[in-house]
Design a protein. Sequence first.
Length: 183
Amino acid sequence: MNWIEAITNYVPCCRQEESDKEVILKFLDKFDDVLTRDNKLAHMTSSAFVVNKKRDKVLMIHHNIYNTWSWTGGHADGEENLLKTSLKELNEETGIKSFRILNENMVSLDILPVFGHMKNGEFISPHLHFNAAYLVEADETEQLISKPDENSGAMWIDVDEIGMRSNEEHMKKIYCKILSKIK
């Protein structure tokens, strides 16, 4: 299934997802460069929400730009397979090689605000990420690495501690939404 069909066929779980899906589809109808960062207003990203076998821990990275613990993920950069993007980012940002995809369909579809920031000496203007998230299981004993240009660490966090580790209120709601889907 192509990425636009995947978004079109996604069944929202709440009003936030219904609204975000509607906005994303309208945007896709008007712009043809949403898979790349060439679109400075909004572009596609993909994340992996990674849980352990017991589902009591989530793998997160300490994001350098936002100075908070967050899920793994990144820009599609032209890749139409958003699941593939999420898995590539998972490996690059944590070193995880062994994982199990729990569902090949999105677990969450969200519009995420990105505030203006400096990256590699360049100012990145505020924009939106149209994010497709996927549910993945990994072994919490596998050795983790960091990706110093993006994060300062990766670790397993108890699901009850996500709210204390993340300082992004809008992301806490998304993490809770996903956790409620897997319980």
